[in-house]
Design a protein around this ligand. Structure first.
Ligand SMILES: Cc1cc2nc3c(=O)[nH]c(=O)nc-3n(C[C@H](O)[C@H](O)[C@H](O)COP(=O)(O)OP(=O)(O)OC[C@H]3O[C@@H](n4cnc5c(N)ncnc54)[C@H](O)[C@@H]3O)c2cc1C
Length: 397
């Protein structure tokens, strides 16, 4: 029997593990797969500090087709509606899906649970997961890429998927440049609990300095809703807010979000970072392809980063399918570039839409400012505009 080509995935974040699990099941006897991950997250604890991801309806449909949805849905929280409003201005909109309004608009899953489910699928598919080690050197001068690990092990790959995150060291070692947009906004992410109603509504509030998003979290205890919050603001505001004690921080949060989600009673640990948009200039080099945050790190306001990666996984699986039917799989850069061609327009559209959304009201021009409020008001009246925004959020193209 011919030797199976070796696929090495660097990075066991959500993007790398999803590709590994799906490829492992689909090409069980055709590919030899290894995942290298510096540090897998520990089993999730019952804590207010879990990180979560909103999955669009488009991602749910793909996960369903791939046979992953059943276990993911067990711990997912449905987003029934998205309430969009503007701080201190008239205008609000409730985004509901009018075509099939029996199905939720999206689902929120805890990252650690999703990662654990994907890891279990990788193990069941016989994938080698090299945990606790990192790639320290990456050589592409020979006819196949060679990856050197921190314990001096060397892996020779037929194809490498670079899924090592936004500050990808492998992308840098390949000399692939990035387009980086300096941050005009800075985020604070945390979870909170409120005394409101656990009705599956997500809240998107546009403030003068950026959006403030409340995503309903799964596992709300004793009917107390929990939310994953991302608050975007200018740098001075972010620094000031991060320095406040919990009590004062909750007061400012409440003043900013209003009372629709109830009274905020408790918040978890706050994390702050600059919201730069980082986009790789290339996705393909000889026997190497970029996936996930190493290819595109987008503004988290519309929750699109992982959803974009799910569509990239679909495109990579189609590419592997085609390559494994050829005499020399993964050898032709021209053939691998089909992935880049198919992905780039999706990346560009998603980044343009999230950039537009994040900066919608962060503008000093009074005309644009009042037009934006009118647009928000009109969204509740005009079906097509509302449907456009809702469809984007649900991952429909
Ligand atoms: C606050 C926030 C909220 C978000 N919300 C959403 C959302 O609601 N919906 C959505 O679709 N997306 C969302 N995203 C984006 C989403 O989280 C990411 O797109 C997704 O997790 C995919 O990340 P990744 O696997 O590409 O990268 P990462 O999660 O960064 O994983 C990269 C992995 O590579 C490993 N690694 C790095 N270097 C090496 C090396 N040399 N050797 C071995 N291992 C290495 C790291 O340890 C890491 O585990 C959000 C992002 C943020 C920051």
């Amino acid at each position: 029997m011919a030797k199976r080509p070796r696929l090495v995935i660097v990075g066991g974040g959500l993007a790398g593990l999803l590709l590994a699990a799906h490829a492992g099941e689909r090409f069980r006897d055709l590919l030899n797969i290894s995942v290298i991950e510096r540090a897998l997250p520990r089993a999730p604890e019952a804590s207010l500090d879990t990180r979560a991801t909103a999955l669009s309806r488009g991602s749910k449909e793909l996960l369903e087709t791939w046979g992953f949805w059943e276990e993911v849905s067990e711990s997912a929280k449905a987003i029934e509606n998205i309430h969009v409003s503007r701080k201190s201005r008239f205008g609000s909109a409730l985004l509901q899906d009018e075509i099939a309004d029996t199905d939720p608009m999206g689902w929120v899953v805890e990252n650690a649970l999703l990662q654990a489910a994907l890891l279990a699928r990788c193990e069941a598919a016989g994938i080698e997961v090299i945990e606790g080690h990192e790639v320290v050197n990456f050589m592409t001068t020979c006819d196949r890429p060679v990856l050197e690990l921190d314990d001096q092990r060397e892996l020779v790959a037929d194809v490498v998927i670079i899924a090592d995150g936004a500050e990808s060291s492998l992308r840098n070692q390949l000399g692939i440049g990035v387009k980086r947009r300096a941050p005009s906004q800075f985020a604070i992410a945390f979870n909170c609990e409120s005394d409101g109603i656990d009705d599956g509504i997500a809240y998107e509030r546009f403030t003068d300095e950026g959006p403030l998003a409340f995503l309903p979290l799964p596992g709300s205890g004793g009917n107390k809703p929990r939310y994953n919050v991302i608050w975007c603001a200018h740098q001075e505001t972010q620094s000031r807010l991060l320095a406040l004690d919990d009590h004062d921080f909750i007061d400012e949060l409440q003043a900013m979000v209003g009372w629709r989600a109830g009274r905020v009673t408790k918040i978890g640990r706050r994390a702050g970072w600059p919201l730069s948009v980082v986009v790789s200039r290339e996705l393909v080099r000889s026997r190497c392809l970029l996936l996930g945050n190493s290819a595109h790190t987008v503004h988290p306001v519309a929750g699109q980063g992982f959803n974009l990666s799910v569509r990239d996984v679909e495109r990579l699986i189609a590419l592997f399918d085609a390559e494994l039917g050829t005499e020399s799989p993964f050898e032709s850069v021209a053939r691998l570039s089909d992935f880049e061609r198919a992905s780039l327009s999706d990346h560009e559209q998603t980044i343009a839409a999230t950039t537009l959304l994040s900066g919608l009201f962060d503008t000093p021009q009074p005309l644009i400012d009042s037009m934006s409020s009118v647009a928000l008001s009109a969204m509740d009246i005009l079906g097509p505009l509302r449907r456009g925004v809702a469809n984007f959020g649900m991952g429909r193209r």
